[in-house]
Design a protein around this ligand. Structure first.
Ligand code: KG4
Ligand code: ZN
Length: 350
């Protein structure tokens, strides 16, 4: 299997890792969260500049931590889609330059395929087919994983992503950025049954609900109305812990219900979870319990592989490279690209 040096700069982490198949030789993540926190969210231009300033040090650190030199690297990879265009450009340009200078093959990687591959890093025996619930700041998708590069999207959000809902609700509760970890923490001390909130159902024209698609913008609005109502009633300040717990409960229930429906309907006995929201304790508890009830295997990656990192990108790239999939040096970045179109990034190697 191929040893790959991989770069991830699609959003607000500058990350470089060296990976051989499912073995992580080094994993460097320079988070920009403290920089963006003062603005209440990621500022794309600031993210690009930070990546430029940090990327070279991260590459050097990754080689040093792995105790490797360029001769031991078989290919260079970078996330090329989807994500912030300016941020993606920094990592992609660095990777292409390293590939030219060190005469290595170059592999572009789809960010969501990386999140799917995060589950392989801690599960040496995991093989497709399985269902991957992908829940990040930008995506909420139920993906039928058939093989390397072969995916079917069974369901997705019609509006806000799950992580985006956490971030927006945190903002309206004045909890800062990013919202997921702080809501998760407060929810542990709150009553999840304090306020019944909608579970993000998507109605169908003929009646009933879509079995796999969800909508989180209605849930966010319901929290806003609840907050306004509680503020009008006055009292001793907002019951922030109970609101956080009730909101988290709704998201966890919504995602669990749909993941179980997908896995049962498509006969998939393993469910993996990827993306930042996979770190959520409420989702972990709900999905583990529902999976155990139905004899399904439910796998959550360790927290460091849930949020953005380059080890997951390296794992995907190592698999593609070992199958002879490389990308042309003319490959550009794309802010959007469906996971079903991943193979557009590759050409058969000569
Ligand atoms: O996958 P990720 O690191 O970046 C994207 O590709 O978007 O996900 C970031 C998202 C943010 O919205 C953040 O609030 C959320 O993941 N997140 C969480 C938790 N930790 C991070 N959401 C809920 N609970 C958490 N513990
Ligand atoms: Zn991500």
């Amino acid at each position: 299997m191929a040893t790959v040096l991989a770069i991830e700069t699609s959003c607000d982490e500058t990350a470089v890792a060296i990976v051989n198949n499912r073995k992580v030789c080094s994993n460097i993540v320079a988070s920009q969260i403290p920089v963006h926190r003062q603005y209440g969210g990621v500022v794309p231009e600031v993210a690009s500049r930070q990546h430029v300033e940090t990327i070279n040090d991260c590459v050097a650190e990754a080689l040093q931590e792995a105790q490797m030199d360029w001769a031991e690297i078989d290919g260079i990879a970078a996330t090329c889609a989807p994500g912030l265009v300016g941020a993606l450009l920094v990592g992609l340009t660095a990777a292409k330059t390293l590939a030219i200078v060190h005469q290595k093959p170059f592999v572009g990687v789809h960010h969501l395929e990386g999140h799917i591959y995060a589950s392989y890093l801690s599960e040496p025996d995991l093989q497709p087919p399985f269902l991957c619930l992908l829940v990040s700041g930008g995506h909420t998708s139920f993906i039928y994983v058939k093989d390397c590069g072969v995916y079917q999207t069974l369901g997705e959000t019609r509006d806000d992503a799950a992580g985006e809902a956490f971030d927006k609700v945190a903002r309206l509760l004045n909890l800062g950025y990013p919202g997921g970890p702080v809501i998760d923490k407060l929810a542990r001390e709150g009553d999840a049954r304090a306020f019944p909130l909608p579970e993000g159902n998507v109605g169908l024209p003929g009646g009933g609900y879509h079995p796999y698609d969800s909508s989180f913008s209605g849930l966010k609005t319901a929290v806003l109305r609840l907050v306004q109502k509680l503020q009008q009633q006055g009292g001793e300040g907002l019951p922030v812990r109970d609101i956080a717990a009730s909101f988290q409960e709704s998201v966890a229930r919504s995602l669990t219900k749909r993941a179980i429906a997908c896995s049962c309907d498509y006969n998939l006995s393993t469910i993996t979870v990827g993306g930042g929201v996979a770190a959520n304790s409420g989702l972990r508890a709900h999905l583990q319990a529902a999976g155990a009830n139905r004899n399904l295997r439910v796998l959550f990656p360790p927290l460091k592989f849930c949020t953005d990192n380059a080890a997951m990108i390296g794992c995907a790239a190592s698999d593609h490279l070992s199958r002879g999939h490389t990308s042309p040096l003319t490959l550009g970045v794309q802010s959007r690209l469906a996971i079903t179109d991943v193979m557009q990034l590759y050409q058969a190697s000569v």
